[in-house]
Unconditional design. Structure first.
Lengths: 376, 350
């Protein structure tokens, strides 16, 4: 049964906010009331010589391509360049239990009463309450205030399972693919659906990385966003790829994935013609990818996320390698990612990268401070 | 997506009457129901004559009608909450909408009265998408669509044959839950309808449903009767059982089930605490039913709802029916239902 209303813990020392960016972080001003207490990990894509201005008062570490190359060495090949997929580097270097990732064109949305939505708080609520993947509750998330399990819901399933992922949604510009954007350029998502629900076991979904939170300690190693962007035949499938992998693994390991609230306000519609060029191969390939993931079976011996992921990469190579050579490269990159993850996250915990904030002692534009970011 | 047209000749609204005075119920529903044909099935235990207001097009069926149509041994299938299934049986229309007689129209978040007929029929006339989850829920709703990453080959969806609505105020909680939280009322109107994914079982509440009678009528049957079944929802499982069966049938036949809007307003009735003692049998049963249903497989030869139900009944009889007499009875009822259904259909066509 759902517990009485208690304040949601802040988790400010247990959660990192990972933001990929290529332009600026002005959007953080709007999020300040909700984000300021948290540590940010900024992954700067594109030209590393550009200086990304972070608004005053935020505690952050920032990594550009030079940092990624320096930290990972040859393994840096698994991190995408010129694509927001590079954000997963942030997951890897974080030392916190939870990650919240958001795009730099996402702003605070308002609920139907006109109140600002604290997206991070809702994600935390989602992650800290169980999921119910084994039987569908028709009143959605039974752990929310004001609701519960319905008649007929087996009592033995009411404890639920740990929630590994919280997938939020977007008002205004919806996350449509290029063909849909071209056909419906003016469509805006104005419907606020006041629900969170668990995606049932065995069901795949298209995971969007715009407004996403997860338990890094549980599922982090499987949150690899693939090879996209520069030098790659595909883009805008990074989060999709990660979503299919994590769902198969969560289903295997008995964890849950929630979707629904919170909403953010997505302000920027990307160019549909540019998107079409990036996605076009994906649109064909996903016809093969979906049956692959739907049929993927992980052996019982795979009891850790890393072993599940490595097993998946073998299956990707064997079965999807025939679709295109890209998948052979991707399968190798998946292994590289796991190896890099394990190197950067050995069983003993290391301290977070050196934090930066705008104070008198730290020159704001100093690039030198980047070099002592992480791993000793 | 294009607007769905409602053809009144395709719709029957079936109400089971547990109280003789239906005037206030029908007055509340008049704006929404008056243009449709209604089938009222009187609870066989209700002795008084029904009082209904003028201005409705309906047929009433009583115990004697039930006894006339089905043999006396089968008539017991239609007692209590299950009397409504008789209405499904005798209907000649494509779609059935069925609600409990303690429900009145709800209001949505804009304060507008919810037209359950239009919403249920819209749910049924637009495809379902059970093979892949759409994060913006029903993509056929106005203002929505399939999201990035949704395979194009799955965008035509499958026919939706069951639409499960929800309830504001008194939600369909079980007796233990409602007893523990006597003040808990559902005040959250969730403006969505979504497809229940394939292979995912759900508890179907009979309080507010609609279905494609022509396609899945044979799978929506009165089968499971608890030993102490009563006249409040806390004391029944017949709809829950039905939901497990029909979901399996739909998954097997590539048909879809939607859940979400429309909402009805469910009024106060009965006492959860009083019902506690009666519901335990059902609660215990569910624990074993779920694993059983999750592993039940139907053969390739079962290509109709009738065939699926017949196969399922045999499997239940052989399996759990051995240790649970109420399940063996349910299996027998399933077989009987399919036979009655076929007979009634052939009379209609003859």
């Amino acid at each position: 049964m759902a517990s009485p209303v208690t304040p949601t813990p802040l988790l400010k020392d247990e959660l990192d906010i990972v933001i990929p960016t290529i332009r600026n972080l002005d959007f953080l001003e709007m999020w300040r009331p909700f984000f300021q207490q948290y540590h940010l990990i900024i992954v700067q894509d594109g030209d590393p010589s550009k200086v990304i201005k972070v608004p005053q008062g935020f505690d952050y570490e920032l990594y550009n391509r030079n940092d990624i190359n320096r930290i990972l060495g040859p393994k840096a090949s698994c991190i995408s360049f010129k694509d927001s997929a590079c954000r997963c580097f942030g997951y890897m270097v974080s030392k916190k239990k939870y990650i919240f990732t958001i795009d730099d064109d996402c702003f605070v949305a308002k609920d139907p009463s006109g109140n600002d939505i604290n997206a991070l708080e809702q994600h935390i609520k989602n992650l800290l309450s169980p999921s119910t993947p084994f039987f569908f509750n028709t009143l959605y998330d039974p752990y929310r205030e004001g609701t519960d399990f319905v008649r007929g819901y087996p009592f033995s399933l009411r404890e639920g399972v740990p929630t590994a992922v919280s997938h939020g949604l977007w008002l205004n510009i919806p996350d449509y693919d290029a063909p849909t954007q071209l056909v419906k350029p003016r469509e805006r998502n104005t419907r606020f659906v006041d629900a969170v629900l668990t995606i049932p076991k065995g069901t795949l979904f298209p995971m969007c990385g715009m407004n996403l939170a997860f338990d890094r300690e549980l599922i982090g190693p499987a949150m690899y966003f693939g090879l996209m962007g520069d030098g790659q035949p595909i883009g805008r499938y990074d989060d999709m790829w990660a979503g299919w992998c994590i769902k198969v693994i969560c289903d295997h390991l008995g964890w849950g994935v929630k979707t629904g609230l919170p909403y953010i306000w997505h302000s920027k519609a990307s160019n549909p013609f540019v998107n079409l060029k990036k996605e076009y191969k994906g649109i064909y390939w996903q016809e093969e990818l979906i049956p692959f993931f739907q049929a993927a079976v992980l052996p019982k011996e795979c009891t850790t996320v890393q072993s599940c992921y490595k097993e998946l990469s073998k299956q990707v190579k064997a079965k999807l390698g025939k679709v295109d050579d890209y998948f052979i490269k991707l399968a190798d990159a998946m292994v590289t990612w796991i190896d890099a993850w394990d190197e950067l996250n050995p069983s003993g915990q290391l301290p977070n990268g050196k934090s930066r904030s705008h104070s008198a002692s730290v020159p704001a534009a100093a690039k030198a401070t980047n070099s002592d970011s992480i791993v000793e | 997506m294009s607007q769905v047209t409602i053809d009144r000749n395709e719709v029957d609204i079936v109400i089971a009457a547990f109280h003789s005075d239906l005037t206030s119920f029908f007055e509340e529903w008049r704006p929404i129901f008056s243009q449709f044909h209604l089938i009222i099935v009187q609870d066989p235990d209700l002795k008084e004559e029904l009082k209904t207001p003028k201005g409705f097009d309906f047929d009433v069926y009583t115990k004697s009608d039930i006894d006339k149509l089905v043999s006396s041994s089968n008539a017991s299938m239609f007692s209590g909450y299950s009397c409504r299934y008789f209405g499904y049986l005798v209907s000649k229309r494509k779609y059935i909408i069925s609600i409990d007689d303690d429900c009145t129209p709800a209001k949505d978040n804009n304060g507008d009265v919810v037209d359950i007929v239009t919403q249920h029929i819209t749910n049924l006339k637009t495809p379902a998408t059970p093979l892949f989850f759409n994060t913006l829920y029903d993509p056929y709703r106005k203002g929505s669509d399939f999201v990035r990453g949704y395979p194009f080959s799955l965008r035509s969806g499958v026919p939706c044959v069951l639409s499960c609505g929800l309830w504001l105020n008194l939600a369909d909680y079980d007796a233990p839950t409602q007893s523990l939280k006597p003040e808990l009322r559902n005040s959250r109107y969730v403006d969505t309808v979504l497809t229940v994914p394939k292979n995912s079982l759900m508890p179907m509440s009979g309080i507010n449903i609609a279905f494609d009678r022509e396609t899945v009528g044979p799978a929506i049957m009165p089968a499971l009767k608890l030993a102490q079944e009563g006249k409040v929802r806390w004391e029944t499982m017949e709809d829950i059982w039905c939901g497990l069966v029909v979901k399996l049938v739909c998954d097997h036949l590539q048909l879809g089930v939607k859940t979400g809007i429309p909402y009805v307003w469910r009024n106060e009735r009965g006492s959860a605490i009083d019902s506690l003692k009666k519901e335990w049998q059902g609660v215990k049963l569910m624990e074993e039913l779920i694993p059983f249903f999750q592993t039940l497989k139907l053969s390739q030869d079962a290509v109709t709802a009738e065939a699926c139900v017949t196969e399922m009944a045999a499997a239940i009889k052989k399996g759990m029916g051995r240790s649970h007499p109420e399940l063996a009875n349910a299996a027998d009822n399933m077989v009987r239902w399919v036979e009655i259904w076929k007979e009634v259909e052939s009379r209609v066509l003859a």
